[in-house]
Design a protein around this ligand. Structure first.
Ligand SMILES: *[C@@H]1O[C@H](CO)[C@@H](O)[C@H](O)[C@H]1NC(C)=O
Ligand SMILES: *[C@@H]1O[C@H](CO)[C@@H](O)[C@H](O)[C@H]1NC(C)=O
Ligand SMILES: *[C@@H]1O[C@H](CO)[C@@H](O)[C@H](O)[C@H]1NC(C)=O
Ligand SMILES: *[C@@H]1O[C@H](CO)[C@@H](O)[C@H](O)[C@H]1NC(C)=O
Length: 310
Protein backbone atom coordinates (compact mmCIF):
# COMPACT_ATOMS: atom_id res chain seq x y z
CA UNK A 1 0.00 0.00 0.00
CA UNK A 2 2.72 2.42 0.99
CA UNK A 3 4.77 1.92 -2.14
CA UNK A 4 1.72 2.40 -4.29
CA UNK A 5 0.98 5.66 -2.50
CA UNK A 6 4.56 6.92 -2.82
CA UNK A 7 4.65 5.96 -6.47
CA UNK A 8 1.44 7.77 -7.20
CA UNK A 9 2.37 10.79 -5.13
CA UNK A 10 5.89 11.20 -6.45
CA UNK A 11 6.01 9.65 -9.85
CA UNK A 12 2.64 9.94 -11.45
CA UNK A 13 1.92 13.27 -13.04
CA UNK A 14 -1.75 12.40 -12.80
CA UNK A 15 -1.53 12.06 -9.04
CA UNK A 16 0.20 15.43 -8.82
CA UNK A 17 -2.40 17.02 -11.04
CA UNK A 18 -5.20 15.57 -8.93
CA UNK A 19 -4.03 15.98 -5.35
CA UNK A 20 -5.28 13.42 -2.85
CA UNK A 21 -8.28 14.49 -0.82
CA UNK A 22 -7.98 15.97 2.66
CA UNK A 23 -9.57 12.99 4.26
CA UNK A 24 -7.89 9.67 4.77
CA UNK A 25 -10.77 8.04 2.94
CA UNK A 26 -10.19 10.33 -0.01
CA UNK A 27 -11.37 9.62 -3.53
CA UNK A 28 -8.30 7.83 -4.76
CA UNK A 29 -7.94 5.98 -1.45
CA UNK A 30 -4.28 6.96 -0.93
CA UNK A 31 -3.47 6.96 2.75
CA UNK A 32 -0.08 6.83 4.40
CA UNK A 33 0.80 5.68 7.87
CA UNK A 34 3.96 7.61 8.70
CA UNK A 35 6.12 7.81 11.84
CA UNK A 36 5.85 11.11 13.79
CA UNK A 37 9.56 11.90 13.05
CA UNK A 38 8.86 11.47 9.35
CA UNK A 39 5.98 13.92 9.54
CA UNK A 40 8.12 16.54 11.33
CA UNK A 41 10.79 16.08 8.66
CA UNK A 42 8.28 16.47 5.83
CA UNK A 43 6.81 19.55 7.49
CA UNK A 44 10.30 21.06 7.65
CA UNK A 45 10.85 20.13 4.00
CA UNK A 46 7.64 21.97 3.11
CA UNK A 47 8.69 24.97 5.24
CA UNK A 48 11.92 25.14 3.20
CA UNK A 49 10.17 24.60 -0.14
CA UNK A 50 7.77 27.44 0.69
CA UNK A 51 10.79 29.71 1.19
CA UNK A 52 12.56 28.55 -1.98
CA UNK A 53 9.42 28.98 -4.05
CA UNK A 54 8.98 32.55 -2.72
CA UNK A 55 12.64 33.30 -3.47
CA UNK A 56 12.46 32.21 -7.11
CA UNK A 57 9.03 33.74 -7.63
CA UNK A 58 10.19 37.09 -6.24
CA UNK A 59 13.27 36.99 -8.51
CA UNK A 60 11.16 36.15 -11.60
CA UNK A 61 8.80 39.01 -10.82
CA UNK A 62 11.76 41.39 -10.50
CA UNK A 63 13.32 40.57 -13.87
CA UNK A 64 12.97 43.32 -16.48
CA UNK A 65 13.96 43.23 -20.13
CA UNK A 66 16.20 46.28 -19.58
CA UNK A 67 18.36 44.46 -16.99
CA UNK A 68 21.75 43.83 -18.66
CA UNK A 69 22.38 40.88 -16.31
CA UNK A 70 19.23 39.07 -17.48
CA UNK A 71 20.10 36.47 -20.10
CA UNK A 72 17.54 34.11 -21.63
CA UNK A 73 19.20 31.23 -19.78
CA UNK A 74 18.88 33.02 -16.46
CA UNK A 75 15.25 33.94 -17.13
CA UNK A 76 14.33 30.39 -18.19
CA UNK A 77 16.31 28.68 -15.41
CA UNK A 78 14.66 30.75 -12.71
CA UNK A 79 11.22 30.24 -14.25
CA UNK A 80 11.76 26.48 -14.36
CA UNK A 81 13.13 26.51 -10.82
CA UNK A 82 10.01 28.38 -9.63
CA UNK A 83 7.79 25.69 -11.16
CA UNK A 84 9.98 22.89 -9.79
CA UNK A 85 9.75 24.29 -6.24
CA UNK A 86 5.97 24.57 -6.69
CA UNK A 87 5.88 20.90 -7.71
CA UNK A 88 7.97 19.94 -4.65
CA UNK A 89 5.52 21.88 -2.46
CA UNK A 90 2.59 20.07 -4.02
CA UNK A 91 4.17 16.63 -3.65
CA UNK A 92 4.93 17.28 0.03
CA UNK A 93 1.44 18.64 0.65
CA UNK A 94 -0.03 15.53 -0.97
CA UNK A 95 2.02 13.28 1.28
CA UNK A 96 1.08 15.25 4.42
CA UNK A 97 -2.59 15.08 3.40
CA UNK A 98 -2.37 11.36 2.77
CA UNK A 99 -0.81 10.97 6.23
CA UNK A 100 -3.55 13.17 7.76
CA UNK A 101 -0.86 15.57 9.07
CA UNK A 102 -0.92 19.36 9.46
CA UNK A 103 0.16 21.43 6.48
CA UNK A 104 2.78 24.17 6.74
CA UNK A 105 1.43 27.31 5.09
CA UNK A 106 3.86 29.90 3.66
CA UNK A 107 5.11 32.84 5.74
CA UNK A 108 6.02 36.30 4.46
CA UNK A 109 9.63 36.54 3.39
CA UNK A 110 12.27 39.24 2.97
CA UNK A 111 15.39 38.78 0.93
CA UNK A 112 18.45 40.97 1.30
CA UNK A 113 18.83 41.27 -2.48
CA UNK A 114 17.81 44.32 -4.46
CA UNK A 115 19.20 43.53 -7.91
CA UNK A 116 20.06 40.56 -10.10
CA UNK A 117 23.69 40.26 -9.03
CA UNK A 118 22.73 40.28 -5.36
CA UNK A 119 20.00 37.72 -6.10
CA UNK A 120 22.55 35.44 -7.80
CA UNK A 121 24.97 35.79 -4.87
CA UNK A 122 22.25 35.03 -2.31
CA UNK A 123 21.08 32.09 -4.46
CA UNK A 124 24.42 30.34 -3.82
CA UNK A 125 23.88 30.30 -0.07
CA UNK A 126 20.18 29.64 -0.13
CA UNK A 127 20.41 26.75 -2.58
CA UNK A 128 23.34 25.10 -0.83
CA UNK A 129 21.34 25.13 2.41
CA UNK A 130 18.45 23.60 0.44
CA UNK A 131 20.67 20.78 -0.77
CA UNK A 132 22.26 20.13 2.65
CA UNK A 133 18.91 20.22 4.44
CA UNK A 134 17.31 17.77 2.00
CA UNK A 135 20.28 15.39 2.21
CA UNK A 136 20.07 15.48 6.00
CA UNK A 137 16.34 14.92 5.86
CA UNK A 138 16.75 11.81 3.73
CA UNK A 139 19.09 10.47 6.42
CA UNK A 140 16.59 11.21 9.22
CA UNK A 141 13.73 9.19 7.77
CA UNK A 142 13.08 6.26 10.12
CA UNK A 143 13.51 2.74 8.72
CA UNK A 144 9.73 2.19 8.76
CA UNK A 145 9.29 4.92 6.13
CA UNK A 146 12.32 4.09 4.01
CA UNK A 147 10.25 4.13 0.81
CA UNK A 148 10.22 7.93 1.06
CA UNK A 149 14.00 8.21 0.82
CA UNK A 150 14.42 7.94 -2.95
CA UNK A 151 11.77 10.62 -3.53
CA UNK A 152 13.55 12.94 -1.07
CA UNK A 153 16.91 12.14 -2.69
CA UNK A 154 15.50 13.08 -6.07
CA UNK A 155 14.38 16.45 -4.66
CA UNK A 156 17.94 16.89 -3.26
CA UNK A 157 19.37 16.20 -6.71
CA UNK A 158 17.17 18.86 -8.31
CA UNK A 159 18.14 21.34 -5.58
CA UNK A 160 21.77 20.50 -6.36
CA UNK A 161 21.19 21.47 -10.01
CA UNK A 162 19.86 24.83 -8.83
CA UNK A 163 22.93 25.20 -6.64
CA UNK A 164 25.27 24.32 -9.54
CA UNK A 165 23.52 26.95 -11.66
CA UNK A 166 24.10 29.62 -9.00
CA UNK A 167 27.77 28.59 -8.61
CA UNK A 168 28.33 28.94 -12.35
CA UNK A 169 26.39 32.21 -12.52
CA UNK A 170 28.79 33.58 -9.89
CA UNK A 171 31.86 32.51 -11.87
CA UNK A 172 32.54 29.51 -9.59
CA UNK A 173 32.88 25.85 -10.41
CA UNK A 174 29.51 24.04 -10.34
CA UNK A 175 31.11 21.14 -8.43
CA UNK A 176 33.19 22.53 -5.55
CA UNK A 177 33.49 19.33 -3.48
CA UNK A 178 32.97 15.55 -3.71
CA UNK A 179 30.36 15.54 -0.92
CA UNK A 180 27.70 18.07 -0.05
CA UNK A 181 27.53 19.36 3.52
CA UNK A 182 24.46 18.05 5.37
CA UNK A 183 22.47 20.65 7.31
CA UNK A 184 20.52 19.06 10.18
CA UNK A 185 16.90 20.08 10.61
CA UNK A 186 17.39 22.43 13.59
CA UNK A 187 19.97 24.40 11.64
CA UNK A 188 18.08 24.35 8.35
CA UNK A 189 14.96 25.69 10.08
CA UNK A 190 16.94 28.48 11.78
CA UNK A 191 18.77 29.45 8.58
CA UNK A 192 15.41 29.69 6.82
CA UNK A 193 14.01 31.85 9.64
CA UNK A 194 16.60 34.48 8.68
CA UNK A 195 14.47 35.19 5.57
CA UNK A 196 11.10 35.16 7.33
CA UNK A 197 9.29 38.32 8.40
CA UNK A 198 9.02 37.81 12.19
CA UNK A 199 5.58 36.72 13.33
CA UNK A 200 4.34 36.08 9.77
CA UNK A 201 4.20 32.27 9.85
CA UNK A 202 0.71 30.80 10.37
CA UNK A 203 2.42 27.69 11.74
CA UNK A 204 6.01 26.48 12.09
CA UNK A 205 7.47 22.99 12.44
CA UNK A 206 8.12 21.94 16.08
CA UNK A 207 11.84 22.81 16.01
CA UNK A 208 13.69 25.08 18.51
CA UNK A 209 14.59 28.67 17.57
CA UNK A 210 18.28 29.50 18.07
CA UNK A 211 20.06 32.80 18.61
CA UNK A 212 21.47 34.18 15.31
CA UNK A 213 25.20 34.38 14.59
CA UNK A 214 26.87 36.85 12.23
CA UNK A 215 30.07 35.53 10.64
CA UNK A 216 32.48 37.51 8.50
CA UNK A 217 35.44 35.79 6.93
CA UNK A 218 38.68 37.56 6.03
CA UNK A 219 41.92 36.25 4.53
CA UNK A 220 44.98 37.11 6.59
CA UNK A 221 48.11 35.83 4.87
CA UNK A 222 47.74 32.05 4.46
CA UNK A 223 44.90 31.85 6.94
CA UNK A 224 41.22 32.64 6.87
CA UNK A 225 39.89 34.08 10.07
CA UNK A 226 36.32 34.76 11.01
CA UNK A 227 34.86 37.49 13.15
CA UNK A 228 31.71 36.28 14.81
CA UNK A 229 29.09 38.22 16.74
CA UNK A 230 25.94 37.27 18.56
CA UNK A 231 23.27 38.78 20.75
CA UNK A 232 24.56 38.70 24.37
CA UNK A 233 21.04 38.94 25.78
CA UNK A 234 19.72 35.84 23.95
CA UNK A 235 22.82 33.82 24.79
CA UNK A 236 23.55 35.16 28.31
CA UNK A 237 23.33 31.85 30.19
CA UNK A 238 25.56 29.87 27.86
CA UNK A 239 28.26 32.53 27.47
CA UNK A 240 28.37 34.08 30.95
CA UNK A 241 31.65 34.48 32.79
CA UNK A 242 34.71 33.25 30.98
CA UNK A 243 33.31 29.95 29.77
CA UNK A 244 35.35 28.74 26.83
CA UNK A 245 33.50 28.96 23.54
CA UNK A 246 34.23 27.21 20.26
CA UNK A 247 33.43 27.54 16.62
CA UNK A 248 32.16 24.27 15.12
CA UNK A 249 32.97 23.85 11.41
CA UNK A 250 30.89 21.39 9.41
CA UNK A 251 32.09 20.51 5.93
CA UNK A 252 31.13 17.63 3.63
CA UNK A 253 30.87 14.34 5.54
CA UNK A 254 33.73 14.95 7.98
CA UNK A 255 33.21 15.03 11.75
CA UNK A 256 32.76 18.55 13.11
CA UNK A 257 36.03 20.42 13.66
CA UNK A 258 36.12 22.69 16.70
CA UNK A 259 38.42 25.69 16.99
CA UNK A 260 38.69 27.84 20.13
CA UNK A 261 37.01 31.23 19.99
CA UNK A 262 39.11 34.10 21.19
CA UNK A 263 36.59 36.46 22.73
CA UNK A 264 36.93 40.13 21.90
CA UNK A 265 33.88 41.26 23.93
CA UNK A 266 30.88 39.56 25.51
CA UNK A 267 29.19 39.41 22.13
CA UNK A 268 32.07 39.05 19.67
CA UNK A 269 35.08 36.83 19.00
CA UNK A 270 37.58 35.60 16.46
CA UNK A 271 38.52 32.14 15.24
CA UNK A 272 40.74 30.62 12.57
CA UNK A 273 39.19 28.53 9.81
CA UNK A 274 40.64 25.00 9.60
CA UNK A 275 42.49 24.26 6.38
CA UNK A 276 41.21 22.13 3.52
CA UNK A 277 37.48 22.90 3.69
CA UNK A 278 35.70 22.85 0.31
CA UNK A 279 32.24 23.86 -0.84
CA UNK A 280 29.62 25.14 1.59
CA UNK A 281 30.71 25.34 5.25
CA UNK A 282 28.30 25.50 8.17
CA UNK A 283 29.58 27.45 11.19
CA UNK A 284 28.09 27.51 14.70
CA UNK A 285 29.07 28.89 18.10
CA UNK A 286 29.19 26.17 20.77
CA UNK A 287 30.16 25.77 24.41
CA UNK A 288 31.50 22.23 23.82
CA UNK A 289 34.15 20.79 21.55
CA UNK A 290 33.45 17.04 21.60
CA UNK A 291 30.04 16.23 20.11
CA UNK A 292 30.29 14.31 16.83
CA UNK A 293 26.69 13.75 15.72
CA UNK A 294 25.44 16.75 13.75
CA UNK A 295 21.91 16.73 15.17
CA UNK A 296 23.45 16.82 18.70
CA UNK A 297 25.81 19.65 17.76
CA UNK A 298 22.83 21.50 16.28
CA UNK A 299 20.64 21.26 19.38
CA UNK A 300 23.52 22.38 21.63
CA UNK A 301 24.24 25.47 19.49
CA UNK A 302 24.85 28.67 21.50
CA UNK A 303 24.31 30.86 18.42
CA UNK A 304 24.04 30.20 14.74
CA UNK A 305 24.53 28.64 12.41
CA UNK A 306 25.81 30.67 9.49
CA UNK A 307 26.79 29.36 6.07
CA UNK A 308 30.01 30.31 4.29
CA UNK A 309 30.53 29.74 0.59
CA UNK A 310 34.07 30.38 -0.59
C1 LIG B 1 12.76 41.76 -5.67
O1 LIG B 1 12.71 43.16 -5.53
C2 LIG B 1 12.33 43.62 -4.23
C3 LIG B 1 12.23 45.14 -4.31
O2 LIG B 1 13.45 45.69 -4.67
C4 LIG B 1 13.36 43.17 -3.21
O3 LIG B 1 13.00 43.58 -1.92
C5 LIG B 1 13.46 41.65 -3.26
O4 LIG B 1 14.46 41.23 -2.37
C6 LIG B 1 13.77 41.19 -4.69
N1 LIG B 1 13.76 39.73 -4.71
C7 LIG B 1 14.84 38.98 -4.85
C8 LIG B 1 14.67 37.50 -4.78
O5 LIG B 1 15.96 39.44 -5.03
C1 LIG C 1 11.25 35.50 -19.45
O1 LIG C 1 10.67 34.40 -20.16
C2 LIG C 1 9.27 34.45 -20.27
C3 LIG C 1 8.75 33.13 -20.84
O2 LIG C 1 9.55 32.68 -21.86
C4 LIG C 1 8.87 35.67 -21.09
O3 LIG C 1 7.45 35.74 -21.20
C5 LIG C 1 9.39 36.90 -20.37
O4 LIG C 1 9.12 38.06 -21.15
C6 LIG C 1 10.89 36.81 -20.14
N1 LIG C 1 11.27 37.93 -19.29
C7 LIG C 1 12.12 38.86 -19.67
C8 LIG C 1 12.28 40.02 -18.74
O5 LIG C 1 12.73 38.80 -20.71
C1 LIG D 1 23.35 45.90 -6.88
O1 LIG D 1 23.14 46.66 -5.69
C2 LIG D 1 24.31 46.83 -4.90
C3 LIG D 1 23.91 47.53 -3.60
O2 LIG D 1 23.07 48.60 -3.81
C4 LIG D 1 25.34 47.64 -5.69
O3 LIG D 1 26.52 47.78 -4.93
C5 LIG D 1 25.65 46.91 -7.00
O4 LIG D 1 26.53 47.68 -7.79
C6 LIG D 1 24.36 46.63 -7.77
N1 LIG D 1 24.71 45.80 -8.91
C7 LIG D 1 24.28 46.06 -10.14
C8 LIG D 1 24.75 45.15 -11.21
O5 LIG D 1 23.52 46.98 -10.38
C1 LIG E 1 27.55 42.10 28.35
O1 LIG E 1 26.22 41.74 27.96
C2 LIG E 1 25.19 42.28 28.76
C3 LIG E 1 23.86 41.75 28.23
O2 LIG E 1 23.70 40.43 28.64
C4 LIG E 1 25.26 43.79 28.77
O3 LIG E 1 24.23 44.30 29.57
C5 LIG E 1 26.62 44.23 29.25
O4 LIG E 1 26.72 45.64 29.18
C6 LIG E 1 27.74 43.60 28.43
N1 LIG E 1 29.03 43.91 29.03
C7 LIG E 1 30.06 44.37 28.31
C8 LIG E 1 31.33 44.59 29.04
O5 LIG E 1 30.00 44.57 27.11
Amino acid sequence: MKSFAIASIYLSVTALAMPVCDSRTGENGVTLDLMPETITNLQLALFLENLEFAFFQSASANFTASDPALTDTLNQTIREATMQEATHQKALRNILDAADADQIEPCQYRFPSQNTSQFLALGRTLSSVGVGATVSLAGSIPAQDVELVSGIASIAATEARHSAFFETANGKLPNPAPFDTPVPSTWAFNLALGFVVPGSCPVTPPIPVLSPLVVEAAEEGDETTVDVSWDPVQTSIQVEGNKPLFVAWINQLASPIYTPLSRTSNSTGKATMPEGLEGPIVVALTAQDYLERLEEVAVSTVAGPAVLVS
